[in-house]
Write a protein that binds this ligand. Structure first.
Ligand SMILES: [Zn+2]
Length: 268
């Protein structure tokens, strides 16, 4: 069995269910014809045809968003496909390598880069499924083995999904916004403990990882941000953080607080 590396889609998804509604109605995307000739993702699962077709279309949309942001990379270069498996029974999800924390986990990406969709996500609204699939496929694109602190991969995955969703940071991150408005403005990204599966405020930690990643992108521009993330995940020391973003994480604390407060004040 593959040991799941990503147990955190959960928390973010828990927040998303509030935004998109827990139970999916008819899928908007199901009406879009899938593209058999150019599909980026192979989706399978022991679920009914209509649901599988809907999730298939959503997965292709998610993959396009990831490729738009990061380029095709090794996963999709040459027309290869990523894999998504959909489960309607929790036992099957866990047996395949999904995280057993039913209350929180909605998707797991295995070490082999296969995205496992838990029953509760399969039943969720289309928008929530697209968001989580975009997040997970970003992990697949960037590689599930990361040498960096967790916030680098989680922030990149959240940022990719958020950009694709068209939502603003402040509607996506209500918990973080509430903290900022109560003068508890964080000065940096969450540490690994705050992003661990047992952390008490995971949703907020995901939101902070995403916000910090967007802050870095705004400082450096997308190309430099992407190059730094890929290097950091691979364990490379170049390009370095300070050279890319204009200061060490410590020295950027005040700038991050100011930027985040500005985003919240402007409702961005
Ligand atoms: Zn993740």
């Amino acid at each position: 069995m593959n040991r799941p590396l990503d147990r955190r889609a959960v928390l973010r998804s828990a927040g998303l269910f509030g935004l998109f509604g827990l139970v999916g109605g008819g899928s908007v995307l199901a009406a879009c014809a899938s593209e058999p000739a150019g599909e980026r993702v192979r989706v399978d699962g022991d679920v009914d045809r209509a649901l599988l077709d809907a999730i298939d279309a959503e997965a292709q949309t998610a993959a396009r968003s990831v490729i738009d942001f990061w380029g095709p990379g090794a996963v999709w270069r040459g027309g290869a496909q990523a894999r998504v498996r959909v489960f309607t029974d929790q036992a099957g999800f866990v047996a395949a390598g999904g995280d057993p924390d039913e209350s929180a986990v909605t998707a797991t990406t295995t070490q082999d880069g296969i995205v496992l969709v838990a029953p509760q996500l399969a039943r969720a609204a289309s928008g929530a499924r697209v968001f989580v699939l975009t997040h997970e496929l970003t992990h697949v694109r960037l590689g599930v083995r990361s040498a960096a602190q967790h916030w680098v991969a989680e922030g990149a995955a959240e940022l990719t999904a958020l950009d694709a969703s068209g939502r603003t940071l402040t509607t996506y991150a209500p918990t973080l916004v509430a903290r900022v408005k109560s003068a508890q403005v964080p000065g940096g990204p969450p540490d690994d403990g705050e992003l661990s599966a047992t952390a008490s405020d995971l949703r907020s930690a995901y939101q902070r990882a995403c916000a910090y990643s967007r802050f870095l992108l705004a400082r450096s521009g997308a190309a430099h941000y992407r190059a730094w993330v890929e290097a950091a995940l691979a364990g490379a020391t170049s390009p370095d953080f300070s050279g890319t973003f204009g200061g060490s994480p410590q020295s950027l604390s005040a700038a991050f607080r100011q930027w985040l407060t500005g985003q919240v004040d402007a409702g961005k």
